[in-house]
Design a protein around this ligand. Structure first.
Ligand SMILES: Nc1ncnc2c1ncn2[C@@H]1O[C@H](COP(=O)(O)OP(=O)(O)OP(=O)(O)O)[C@@H](O)[C@H]1O
Length: 244
């Protein structure tokens, strides 16, 4: 598998004294799902935002063979790096359909129409509410809308920041199942940030564990199939809350 994204020695500072990420290196191969797992404040979102160009970092970011760390966020979107933020950030005043159209504002109208159909087919829960206000959606439906809006831009790499946040387990499973469908049907690569190991394992090929801004371990999902191995990883890298 070729590398789509390579992150080398990434550090992120907020102000002079606050270092959120320290010398982090990893790669996302084409078509794969790579997860960053860690507790609150471990630096997961900061890494995502640095890749998206929303915060400044030091180190090298290479996408599809070219350096991107000097590029503004909009240029990274144009190359296919699309960020779905924690907390969804959908536009409540607009309808569900309008939110989706907004996600595809930079693609030709015909492509936008095809993608809109694809997204509504993928998420029937929101298709029935496409003409209603986005503020009416439940938390899980809002998450589907946020992911759908990200897909409208035609990403090659989707950056997904805690898609399970605030969702009941059943809805989390539904969202992750749908992400599984997307990856089965396309070449899309996903960089996923999560706290929950069990759910992450449904989707990820590789998992990097993060603590205090540093990568402290790495496992392939296939090495965590049995319960003992999983529990060992939780004990070593995460802590009890992540195993639930
Ligand atoms: N805009 C900011 N200004 C100052 N410090 C920040 C800012 N954003 C994050 N931090 C700090 O950087 C560290 C890493 O935060 P980050 O949001 O990357 O962690 P996280 O692993 O994504 O956490 P969570 O799971 O809670 O979202 C934390 O100590 C946080 O307080």
């Amino acid at each position: 598998m070729t590398e789509l994204l390579s992150v080398a020695s990434l550090s992120v500072f907020y102000g002079a004294n606050q270092q959120a990420v320290e010398g982090v290196s990893f790669a996302v191969p084409s078509g794969s799902v790579v997860a960053l797992l860690g507790a609150n404040g471990a630096g997961k979102s900061s890494i995502m935002k640095a890749v998206a160009g929303l915060v400044r970092g030091t180190g090298a970011l290479t996408f599809d063979g070219e350096r991107i760390d000097g590029l503004p966020a909009r240029e990274r979107v144009a190359r296919g790096i699309v960020y779905v933020p924690e907390g969804r950030e959908i536009v409540g005043d607009l309808t569900v359909r309008e939110n989706l159209v907004l996600g595809g504002y930079n693609v030709p109208a015909a492509t936008r129409r095809t993608r809109l159909e694809m997204v509504l087919e993928l998420f029937p829960e929101i298709a029935g509410k496409a003409n209603g206000g986005a503020w009416r959606l439940s938390g899980g439906e809002q998450q589907m809308l946020a992911i759908g809006r990200g897909l409208m831009a035609g990403p090659r790499l989707l950056l997904l920041d805690e898609p399970s946040l605030g969702l009941a387990p059943l809805l989390v499973r539904r969202v992750f199942d749908r992400l599984g469908t997307i990856r089965g049907e396309s070449e899309l690569a996903i960089l996923l940030v999560e706290q929950n190991l069990r759910m992450t394992m449904r989707l990820a090929d590789e998992i990097h564990f993060l603590r205090g801004g540093r990568l402290i371990g790495h496992k392939r999902a296939e090495d965590l199939k049995d319960e003992t191995a999983r529990q060992d990883a939780v004990d070593a890298y995460l802590g009890a809350a992540a195993a639930e």
